[in-house]
Design a protein around this ligand. Structure first.
Ligand code: AMP
Ligand code: MG
Length: 523
């Protein structure tokens, strides 16, 4: 067993719930409850992240040992671990939902590694907690595979995210009614170990605020600034109005940049409730998320949101802002006045526009992105949406565009419908003509532009149907598909000879299949 250095500041410095039982309850005056994971029958390692194991100083031989599976299924605690579940609330689908909390997440502790990085380890699916409400605290294999793979895929794409160290099968089954249609079935269970500097969400701040517990909110805010924003804490006391103003602006900017990144790669979170937004600007809580295949700003993978489509692809930046407004409301009692909060929200808009400009410039391979270029991108997106064009394939193909021969056919494999392709051909040719002219005005060496574009337009993303194929295999007892995808997605911007099939269009069979184009919150 490696010796990990734990420095559990959250439970050491902040007030916890005096009761130590799993009884479901409302927890007041405390930011967490101490909870021990509930053991499972037969833990076995299914997949793991080599980079994270290394960052934690874990040797491969140990990761593959039965002891590792025992620890990361929640059966054994390592020395220094002090498990707890956090109390938080949240606005769900636009409405205040009261106390939610870690209903199936249990943090084991905060490791400080030999680089001085803080890595909190958190099990998801390790059994009930005081916050489990009417649910069981467990997670099924399919959703655990999706969380494990997407956490790592996002990291390698350069999108801020929580990470995943391991995926451990429990040897127990979990009953779920996947489509809420009264047909529950037993599914294999699993536990993912997530890793992040902090798992704090907007909702951790909203809960004490909703109860008028200003003292508790005050403590959480000062703690967060001191532990998670050391560069701000270095500039003054976490209690000072200036530092707090900077902090809120920083949260707004990080959220803005995250939204621009999601739009760049075609990621749709699916459940952007305020309890699912990280205070560090990380992608967190991979549930019914999806990747855009054919470009469609109106698309949502979440069947629970099919009516209002609140969390559709193109609405994510607006929702980021709305969520920050809820956070600002919660913070008002610990800010002397509203001005710095309003200023932070204004900064969100500027930071989003700036980050979007950078992403659009990089996706199109431009030195500078002007207002005209934003329009050029907008026009392209409208064409893509109209003609049902695969986002990932098209942008990757655009990197191969030859401005000396602008009428050459481009990205034929990116079109889902031959008839629509034919109909849209003249419009695409016009657009490519404009694009060619724009590139000639830039007069850049082709290799330079291509390198920029290939670093912004991934070749491989975790297409929903690819995850589902790996899930189908794993449910049959063969988890190698998970590791294959993980290996592929560790280098998303590189062409990987022999692995072209993972870059292809979504096949027809996957168009309307559960898990491939539509997902429920049941997990
Ligand atoms: P989500 O929509 O997955 O972010 O979850 C919303 C809330 O429900 C959070 O408080 C979760 O911890 C809780 N929750 C979701 N699934 C379960 C489960 N199987 N057992 C206990 N709590 C759960
Ligand atoms: Mg959640």
């Amino acid at each position: 067993m490696p010796s990990l250095l734990f420095d559990n500041r959250f439970v050491r410095e902040l007030p916890g719930d005096p009761e130590q039982s799993l009884r479901r309850r409302q927890v007041h005056g405390a930011l967490y409850s101490r909870v021990v994971p509930t053991p499972v029958a037969a833990p076995h390692l299914l997949a793991w992240s080599p980079e994270l194991a290394q960052a934690l100083g874990m040797e491969e031989a140990w990761v593959r040992s039965p002891e590792f599976a025992q620890v990361f299924a929640g059966n054994t605690l390592m020395p220094g671990m002090e498990p707890y579940s956090a109390a938080y609330g949240g606005h769900q689908f636009g409405h205040w939902a009261g106390q939610l909390g870690d209903g199936r997440a249990i943090s084991l502790g905060e490791v400080v590694n030999d680089q001085g990085e803080r890595l909190e380890l958190q099990l998801k699916g390790a059994g009930p907690t005081p916050y489990s409400r009417s649910a069981d605290g467990r997670a099924v294999l399919r959703s655990s595979i999706r969380e494990f793979l997407c956490s790592e895929a996002m990291h390698h794409l350069g999108v801020p995210t929580t990470r995943a160290l391991s995926l451990v099968g429990t040897g127990e089954s979990v009953v779920r009614d996947m489509f809420y249609d009264g047909r529950p079935r037993a599914e294999p269970g699993a536990v993912v170990c997530r890793v992040a500097p902090s798992f704090l969400r907007f909702g951790n701040f909203e809960l004490p605020a909703s109860r008028g517990d200003v003292a508790l909110l005050e403590r959480l805010l000062s703690f967060t600034i001191a532990r998670d924003f050391p560069e701000l804490a270095a500039a003054g006391s976490p209690a000072s109005p200036e530092v707090r103003a900077h902090w809120f602006t920083e949260v707004c900017e990080r959220t803005a940049r995250l939204m621009a990144q999601w739009m760049r790669v075609g990621f749709v979170h699916g459940v952007m409730n305020t309890d699912n937004l990280s205070i560090l600007g990380l992608t967190i809580d991979y549930g019914p998320y999806g990747w855009v295949d054919d470009f469609d700003l109106g698309w949502t993978p979440n069947t629970t949101d099919a009516q209002g489509r609140r969390y559709r692809f193109g609405n994510q930046p607006q929702i980021g802002y709305w969520n920050l407004e809820q956070l600002a409301n919660a913070l008002l009692p610990v800010f002397a006045d509203a001005k710095p909060l309003e200023a932070g929200l204004e900064r969100y808009v500027e930071a989003f526009n700036l980050a979007t400009r950078a992403c659009v410039g990089a996706k199109l391979g431009l030195r500078q992105c002007t207002d005209d270029d934003l329009r050029l991108m907008g026009d392209l997106q409208a064409l893509m949406q109209d003609a049902e064009v695969d986002m990932t394939l098209f942008f990757r193909a655009l990197g191969e565009f030859d401005e000396a021969a602008p009428r050459s056919p481009l990205g034929a494999e990116a079109f889902y419908d031959p008839a629509k392709r034919e109909r849209a051909a003249p419009a695409f040719a016009d657009w490519l003509e404009r694009y060619g002219a724009r590139l000639r005005a830039d007069a850049r060496p082709v290799h330079e532009r291509r390198a920029q574009m290939h670093a912004a337009n991934p070749r491989y993303v975790l297409r929903n149907y690819l995850a589902q194929e790996a899930i189908d295999r794993a449910e049959q007892g063969d988890a190698r598909g998970v590791t294959e995808l993980l290996d592929l997605l560790r280098h998303p911007y590189e062409d990987q000879p022999g692995l072209e099939r993972f870059a292809g269009r979504r096949p027809d069979w996957a168009r309307d299949r559960a898990g491939c184009s539509m997902l429920s919150c049941s997990s």
